[in-house]
Ligand binder design. Structure first.
Ligand code: ADP
Length: 756
């Protein structure tokens, strides 16, 4: 599906229009990125952008509460948490007199287009305000506070909402602004707690935010490999205290050194009574005779720099909201923009807010089934994975003697391709889910080379302990793709290891190797087994998925480096060329440029020409001369062009500079493959491997031997026949023929290149 971008000609219709943007309610990381995109989209379209400061209160107060914003007003804010235009919970806006004043202040400034970034409260206030607008205007005319022509010039308020909420609680969208960054904060804390807990063999209780929504708690429990989770959507069964203590006890008996219980602040029991972290501590104290420690994370979850996702996704959302508001005529009901998978979607605001607001009432009424339905199937799936991954029964299998059992199916697991953070997480999830389902899991070392050499070993529940936090690939991975002449040896190795299925977690060579095995399997009967590829590569260049495991972690590394480059450049005038990995796939470069706030990006897909470089150099000089620019960032994909290398570009910049700026290059390099996997990568790794295993089992049940790949689509996790997926790749460039994110390159022109 193409990204939701409005053709530039259509956006030009917005010239001269005035729109305002506001942040309201609780702050969330990424609000600044959305604000920046809204403002710059408006300016790029020739419209005027206004900020309303301190939420609805600024609208009521008028004066300095509403101010014109220029391109530079939102410069340097992408990496900042919170919101630079302030937020407030305005009691006055709940009153009609407050909204009347707000309406007057907007109309006086010729503003009748508005983007609000806030929670469900702010959005329902926005909807109420827009409905009331004609009445308010009538009254203002009657009172003589605005001239009668205002009725004709501003007959309605055209608006759009964006959801800023770390809780990820808006029904109908997969991710809200701030939720991913909050998960980063939580995961850092859980990883830190896990290491100290393991040293002392101690239990920790970690409380995270989420009054009516257990998203943060559940996802943190999965990404942190925790033992027990309590969320409002699924209060535990009566006598849960005993069950929780049993579970922790059995985990210890199975060899776990650290035990972590996560609870959402709104966790309740079946009678609707709140479950507090202190109560859990006492329960563990009494039930296990152990002195558990409590960590309440509180506002750190809202703070800190936004994650890469919260920057690029909010930029896209901000653009979409502004483009809508600037071009719509107000006839259709105002929308809220959100995400389905990696696609921006437009939802009816009223219904999304109404569904969200039904949740607390349904929880109070004990209708948990309806609540889970509103949360969506991915949430329910995640609950199921977590239950399975933390189940004491599954752990107990490990402690019971596992005699060799010929009847038990054996699943081989290997990596292939370049290293991707999250490979270990995926391997761990696969091994544990497999063992929980009564399978034998066989690790194959160092990819196809290890398979050919017969380097296999059994993998146990305890053997993969801690893998979810570790970057790298403990099993080893190689970029080597097998050749036709290797297939005989591969077939023999599969036979010798008595594999009933093979799961390959990796990049291009995983898919290429599996496609070769598929093409030749009629000649090698031992290759007639279910094979599933799980996408894991920082390049994000695989077919039949919007994203691969590892790409999010690499992107966060790129953005972190760009932040540091920018800080290093504050003392002098600099031009930077930052080079990302990705081979012929520009995903990391483009998304890094969007999330890092680059002025230009060069990709292999779109190519680089001398004419383009000349235009850019002319623009840079003009911008340093006329717009007081003192920094310029170009992000270059490593294979953007074989001749215009980063060094050549730096020389050209130096030559053109004529003393205006110094030029530096930064090849970001292999740190992009390292690092602790991000929460998104850990969660994706768990989801995809579960689907891979499910696919294998279904194939066995049906007596099939399909070759498939799992991936993410707008509708969630999908399974695709490898043969179909392989048809949709550009083999010479090792990337999919169609790449969903490529259209976002236009956004760099809208939000990165100063026009005023
Ligand atoms: P959030 O937007 O984070 O859910 P709140 O529920 O506190 O936060 O809402 C933020 C602000 O939006 C409120 O302080 C108020 O100014 C405004 N607001 C919320 N609900 C309404 C409403 N029904 N009518 C008018 N204004 C509202």
């Amino acid at each position: 599906m193409r990204p939701l971008l409005i053709p530039p000609e259509q956006l030009k219709a917005a010239a001269g229009r005035r729109m305002a943007v506001m942040t309201s309610g609780g702050d969330a990381q990424g609000m600044n990125a959305a604000l920046r995109a809204v403002v710059r989209t408006a300016i790029s379209a020739g419209a005027e952008a206004y900020a309303i400061h301190e939420g609805y209160q600024g609208m009521i107060d008028g004066g300095e509460g509403i101010s014109r914003l220029r391109w530079d007003s939102v410069a340097g804010i992408l990496n900042r948490g919170g919101t630079v235009i302030g937020t407030f919970r305005s009691a006055d806006f709940r009153e009609r007199w407050g909204r009347l004043k707000a309406c007057r202040n907007l109309v006086e400034r010729g503003i009748d287009r508005l983007v609000v970034i806030g929670g469900d409260g702010s959005l329902s206030g926005l909807d109420a305000f827009a409905r009331e607008w004609p009445d308010l205007l009538d009254e203002l005319v009657r009172l003589g506070q605005v001239p009668p022509e205002a009725l004709r010039r501003h007959p309605r308020l055209v608006f759009a909402g964006l959801v800023g909420s770390i809780d990820n609680d808006l029904c109908g969208t997969d991710q809200t602004i701030g939720a991913d960054s909050a998960l980063h904060r939580i995961q850092d804390a859980v990883d830190a707690v896990a290491s100290t807990a393991a040293s002392h063999q101690r239990t920790f209780v970690v409380e995270v935010m989420g009054r009516h929504c257990g998203y943060l708690a559940l996802m943190a429990a999965i990404s942190g490999g925790c033992d027990y989770v309590l969320i409002p959507e699924r209060p535990p069964a009566p006598d849960w205290e005993q069950a929780m203590c049993d579970q922790l006890r059995r985990g210890r008996a199975a060899g776990r050194k650290d035990s972590i219980v996560i609870l959402a602040e709104g966790a309740i029991d079946r009678a609707g009574n709140p479950i507090t972290s202190e109560y859990i501590r006492q329960t563990i104290d009494e039930g296990l005779g152990e002195d558990a420690r409590v960590t309440i994370l509180g506002h750190v979850q809202r703070g800190g720099t936004p994650s890469a996702y919260d920057r690029w996704a909010s930029t896209w959302l901000g653009y979409s909201a502004a483009a809508h508001v600037l071009t719509a005529d107000g006839d259709e009901p105002g929308p809220v923009f959100g995400f389905h998978g990696y696609q921006v979607i437009k939802l009816p605001l009223v219904e999304a807010v109404a569904d969200t607001r039904r949740v607390p009432a349904l929880i109070r009424a004990g209708d948990y089934e309806a609540v889970l339905k509103l949360r969506g199937s991915e949430f329910e799936d995640a609950l199921r994975f977590f239950d399975e991954l933390s189940s004491p029964e599954a752990q107990a299998r490990e402690t019971a003697p596992r005699a060799a059992d010929e009847s038990r199916r054996r699943v081989g697991l290997m990596h292939s391709g370049g290293l991707a953070p999250g490979m270990n997480t995926a391997a761990k999830a696969l091994v544990r889910l497999g063992i929980a389902r009564g399978l034998d899991m066989v690790g194959i070392e160092n990819g196809f080379a290890g398979l050919i050499a017969g380097h296999t070993r059994p993998l146990s529940w305890r053997g993969v302990d801690g893998w979810n936090q570790e970057g790298g690939a403990t099993l080893g991975t190689r970029r080597l793709s097998p050749r036709v002449e290797d297939l005989y040896a591969i077939g023999r190795a599969v036979e010798q290891a008595r594999l009933d299925a093979l799961v390959i977690i990796g990049g291009w060579s995983a898919y290429e190797g599996a496609a070769l095995m598929l093409a030749e399997r009629d000649r090698y009967p031992s290759l007639r087994l279910p094979v599933v590829c799980v996408p894991a590569t920082i390049d994000n260049n695989l077919p039949a998925t919007q994203v691969a495991i590892g790409a999010d972690t690499a992107l966060n590394v790129v953005v972190d480096v760009i932040d540091k480059i920018k800080m290093s450049a504050t003392a002098s005038s600099r031009a930077f060329v930052a080079e990302t990995m990705g081979r012929d796939c520009g995903y990391l470069a483009l998304m890094g440029a969007l999330a890092g706030g680059a002025e230009q990006v060069y990709l292999n897909e779109t190519g680089v020409t001398l004419a383009q470089i000349q235009r850019d150099l002319a623009w840079i000089n003009q911008s340093f001369d006329e717009a007081d620019r003192d920094f310029f960032l170009l992000v270059r994909n490593e294979n953007a062009n074989a001749n215009y290398t980063s060094a050549v570009l730096a020389h050209l910049l130096d030559e053109a500079s004529q003393g205006r700026y110094d030029t530096r290059t930064m090849v970001i390099g292999h740190i992009q493959q390292g690092g602790t996997p991000t929460p998104a990568d850990r969660i994706l790794a768990t989801e995809l491997t579960e689907f891979a295993l499910r696919t294998v089992t279904e194939d066995w049940d049906q007596g099939g031997c399909g070759y498939r790949c799992v991936g993410v689509d707008t509708e969630g996790i999908i399974v695709t026949d490898l043969a179909d997926a392989w048809k949709s790749v550009d083999r010479s460039h090792q990337r999919p023929s169609q790449q969903w994110w490529l259209g976002l390159a236009e956004l760099i022109g809208v939000v990165g290149r100063q026009v005023d």
